[in-house]
Design a protein around this ligand. Sequence first.
Ligand code: SF4
Length: 448
Amino acid sequence: MKSTSHSFKFQAKNALKNVNLQNALARSKSHFIDHRRSAIDALPEFNALRHRARDIKAHTLEHLDVYLELFEKQVLASGGQVHWAVTAKDACDAVLEICKTAKAHSVVKGKSMVCEEIALNAALEQADIEVVETDLGEYIIQLAQEPPSHIIAPAVHKTREEVADLFRHHHGEKKHLGEIPDLVNEARAVLRSKFLAADVGITGANMLVAETGSTVMVTNEGNGDLTNTLPRVHIVVASIEKVVPTLEDCTTLLRLLARSATGQEMTSYTTLSTGPRRAKDVDGPEEFHVVLVDNGRSELLAGDFSEMLQCIRCGACLNHCPVYGAIGGHAYGWVYPGPMGSVLTSLFLGLKEAGDLPHASTLCGHCEEVCPMSIPLPKLLHQLRTQKPQTKWLIGLWAFFAKRPRLYHRFSSLVGKVGYIPFIGSWTKTRHMPIAEKETFMTTWNKK
Ligand code: SF4
């Protein structure tokens, strides 16, 4: 997916004026927040689980190479194949090669953020392979030719009426589908034939279990199970930080994930895939492939932002962020929106492309408070802000004056009168430059 993160301010302004988007955001926000609250209130050990989950992730990331190699060994032992992809292009090439070998013409897909990140759909379409998204939200935005606006609810910005119009346009039906169950049934009927015709099914993974070589996927629609069971070939595309050591660890994270994401105790479907179909299995794919995507994560692991790799993509930080709640996901311009997206996009694409995103936060701290992995998002956003060359330059300038009180006083008095500082006019337009006192607090104290 091409990034438009550099146009964040422009996109945010447009989002604020979009009435349909504002209505959709207001509706979804209270839904997610209320459900999460009730689910967490009903689980007294929630905080203990958070600590355990953080320890599991920290331990795994410290020994990532060991657990990834164990995962690979177990996938091979169960009859599957593992493909290592350093870049997004390597990952797309690996999937294309598997599709080519399988002589695939059509692919069904489950929801996967990493597939969005590597722009897999565009690569498949360029190779003349039909790709059909099967998660209802993803299907809607595929028809609308839009990117997801939320990591767990990709079409959250669409109203029911907009979806009805889309279906009428694309399904060639004359009838108007006004109610949500009618829309769901229609999508189900269209997608059923796509599942049956597909040569390859591609899914993401919420986790990879090293001790068994299993991939774990949670959904609420069952589309993931049809995607990985019906086609001849199943490809799992997963980023390397998804690995956890054991099934026990996996269940700890699952207990946090559903509650934090949708406020459910468990999602409707939790599917573990371990290798291709065995002789006595009644269904399943003939081939099972896992594409392990790095795409900048190894570099992240070694740097100051490695905590971001603990993210389990629950979306709670988006749902509680006042900025996301006002502008929605598209304004962020790439795959990952909200507080987690502002950090990840800046890290993956660089501050030249996404320099405004670390500022898309009030630093109120709500994101960290609700994050099941306690990722210090405000601290990371703040750290990114100070890495922007302009910010570094301004802080340097401020430090120069701060170390020279008389000069600082003269400068701030002048600015106070003029009400404007060159180069940061947009900041001073809405704020007053505080005028420094003539003497320090201690001098005044001693005098009095
Ligand atoms: S940063 Fe935390 S709250 Fe946000 S998506 Fe990741 S795990 Fe969830």
